[in-house]
Design a protein around this ligand. Structure first.
Ligand code: NAP
Length: 318
């Protein structure tokens, strides 16, 4: 799949509703929708959150009953409650967009994909990091090159980025894989050939159900190795970097994919931003009657939980 497309979406002013007015809805979805012509935020469903001037409901069932005319719904809730709400949205015949990760399990996402097909509506399982400004150019540059190794460093301070979010520490919350899956979504987008997990160490705080750090090793064609280091204990400078060595030099994606350098030279990039790109793509999928559901980043996370060596580390307190 290709994250970005050159064909412009023609949708104008289509009504859309958001479910889960929390951190990512406020930080990204609401401003992105406001900045695009394709969609018009017409309603929200959230137990506590709402948006000034927009019809608000506390439950998706009430929203669906009150607004049969809204064709599209964007789910900005955490992964565990998402499946039941996505089923309600799809059963009501709504084009449905899922925040990442698209579900708490791989099989539930595949069930949603099948349901969307049966209902004849669009399902878009988003991976926002694939829409970072440097990712499409990185994919293009790597497409015909021989890769010799990849190093992924995704290290951030959980207290800074997820203050008080209990769900990330609960089963299905993914722990450090919540940001780490963003790196895997870029990896699976830019590498021209598939890799598979061959070793993993997962570090669980003794008082938590999800890992705070993970060291992963993947193997690709001809023994090519990808190392990924995810850590939520990083204070000071934060790192969201992917370095790819090829026989023709070094590619560096930094700032979560927003910047790209090849052999040390910064590359000129578009300045689109991740979430406008996601909504543009959603509009395009609706117009063309397609879905976009790629579970490959989730498969790598599932593999890490299957193969990973579990280590217990110091307890974590917010
Ligand atoms: P959040 O603020 O903790 O949750 C979003 C909203 O979902 C909450 O405000 C809450 O609204 C609702 N919600 C929470 N638990 C629920 C439950 N059990 N049942 C129904 N609704 C529930 O989380 P977030 O940071 O926005 O993350 C949401 C999703 O976006 C996650 O999958 C995350 O990986 C992804 N994401 C987050 C970020 C980020 O920087 N935070 C970045 C990119 C993607 P009400 O209480 O009002 O119902």
């Amino acid at each position: 799949m290709t994250a970005t497309s050159s064909s412009g979406a023609e949708l104008r002013g289509a009504k859309i509703a958001i479910v889960g007015v929390g951190k990512i809805a406020r930080d990204q979805h609401i401003p992105a929708i406001a900045g695009l012509e394709a969609f018009d935020l017409a309603a929200t469903a959230s137990r506590a959150g709402s948006v000034d001037g927009v019809a608000s409901y506390t439950d998706i069932v009430d929203l669906l009953a009150a607004h049969p005319e809204i064709p599209a719904i964007s789910l900005c809730i955490p992964p565990v409650p998402r499946y039941d709400i996505a089923v309600k949205s799809l059963m009501a015949g709504k084009h449905t967009m899922l925040e990442k990760p698209p579900g708490a399990t791989v099989s539930e996402v595949l069930k949603l994909e099948k349901l969307a097909r049966a209902k004849g509506v669009t399902l878009f399982a988003t991976w926002h990091s694939r829409y970072a400004d440097g990712v499409a150019a990185a994919r293009a540059w790597l497409s015909d090159r021989k890769i010799t190794s990849v190093q992924i460093d995704w290290k951030e301070d959980v207290r800074r980025w997820h203050p008080g979010q209990e769900w990330i520490w609960q089963p299905g919350g993914l722990g450090v894989f919540d940001p780490g899956i963003n790196a895997l979504s870029i990896m699976t987008e830019i590498l021209p050939n598939p890799v598979h997990l061959t070793a993993a160490d997962l570090l669980f705080p003794e008082n938590r159900s999800t890992p705070i750090a993970a060291d992963l090793t993947f193997t690709g064609p001809a023994g090519m190795i990808v190392k990924a280091d995810f850590d939520w204990r990083q204070t000071g400078p934060q790192s969201w970097n992917i370095t790819v060595e090829t026989t023709e030099g070094l590619l560096q994606l930094t700032d979560g994919g927003a910047k790209l350098a090849v052999n040390g030279v910064d590359q000129p990039l578009p300045d689109l931003g991740e979430y406008p790109g996601l909504y543009h793509r959603f509009a395009e999928l609706i117009e063309t009657g397609k879905s976009d559901v790629d579970v490959s980043p989730m498969l790598h996370v599932a593999d890490a939980f299957m193969l990973g060596n579990r280590k217990t580390v110091a307890p974590f307190f917010d």
